[in-house]
Ligand binder design. Sequence first.
Ligand code: HEM
Length: 441
Amino acid sequence: MPGPQKKPVVGHLGEIRQVGFLAFYERLWRDYGDLVQFAPGPLNGCMAVHPDQVRYILVEKPEIYIKGMSHDRLRDSIGHGILTLEGSDWRQQRRLLQPTYTPGGIRQFASIMTDEAEAAIARWRSTAGQPVDINEAMTRITMRVISRAIFGIDLDEGFREVALALHGLLDYTSTGSSSLFVMPLFLPTPANQRLKRNQKIVRDFIFQIIERRRRQGPGEDLLSLLMSIIDEDTGQPMTDDQLHDEILITFFAGHETTASLLTWTWYLLAQNPAVEARLYDEVTQVLAGRAPTLEDLGRLTYTRMVLEETLRLYPPVPLLARDAAQDDTLAGYPIKAGTLVVTPLFLTQRHPDYWERPEAFYPEHFTPEQVEQRPRYAYLPFGAGQRVCLGIHFARMEAAILLAHLAQHYRLRLAQPFDGRTQFVGVIRPAGPILMQVEAR
Ligand code: HEM
């Protein structure tokens, strides 16, 4: 398999630490093509960009390409829940949680999303003229939505502290991935101490939610469902620690990603006046001043194309990692058991063979004709195969409702230049604050 020369033991870790994972994979792709071998330390690594290989790894052979060692650090920071489990433990959780997230199952959450959009509209009215950190503003909304929808709680006070602690957990996960030696958790290194502090903040917060739910009795939310489950083998409900991990993972997976999507959408709209004008025309025409309903979403076609195009250029989860559980052959090349296999979907989604204007913000990539003629796995912002995002319908509905409702009332302009640089911490965030001026339309 093509690939760069590697140093003994450290392999390419030096370059990865210097330029970051995303720039490293992009360099490999430009220099060596769609299938490249590399060395993340003493391990073997393989990067697959071509949609056929992506399909093979994620869809056809999930029993070989599993979430193994590559997910250990994530397990250390956010625990053992549906996102990080493997095998029969994962299958059981997926079966359990799936019904809540079907298109029918999530309809009940639409009104919460509209409510939260209205609250944001009112907030912006009262702070008119002051620049807004758009990532923070979007995180606040999506965090409130997930808390209300999934846990039935109204989160306001303490939002910032919990958000920062969650960011800290992600930072821990991503910094360790480029280290040769990971310090055992019991050693009081500064990184481990920070991790423990952040875990405590999040843990206290989640245990409060569990206790409140116990006091109030079961509701119609996911937490109540989780609390009612009895393990077939032991006849026991989930322990508080299991509940904690499952809640943390849903909370974590369910807001930061959608906040990232909305943040980059506002940023891209501010840079692309023609797209922005067309979006405004559509929301004005379809909604005529009303709050969006579920029925409106089918008619907000351009709004949805804009969101898909943002997901193409700035996929909130830009790469997926797996570990080969046994020896295999990929596109004719041998893959040894234990190899780290990475699918950098941010590159697949800019592959010139499949996209008319790979580097441009061009929502027409998502006209039905364009979608039809493209291979299915050239676009996979929610992953693919059996581990595809559980919240895919939830996220698409939430993003469309929030964008359409806010865009009906406001136009956002950059308050100061921002160069579009990203920071990768498991999800893609802006490398610094994007300050935007909110103008009433
Ligand atoms: C724009 C928003 C979102 C994006 C781009 C996104 C992306 C992804 C991706 C790429 C994966 C697959 C990871 C892998 O295969 O390694 C995933 C998994 C997952 N996502 Fe999302 N996600 C989003 C929103 C949400 C929301 C709103 C929820 C919950 C309400 C959610 C819950 C989950 C869960 C539970 C998994 C793990 C599924 C499993 O392993 O069975 N996500 N997401």
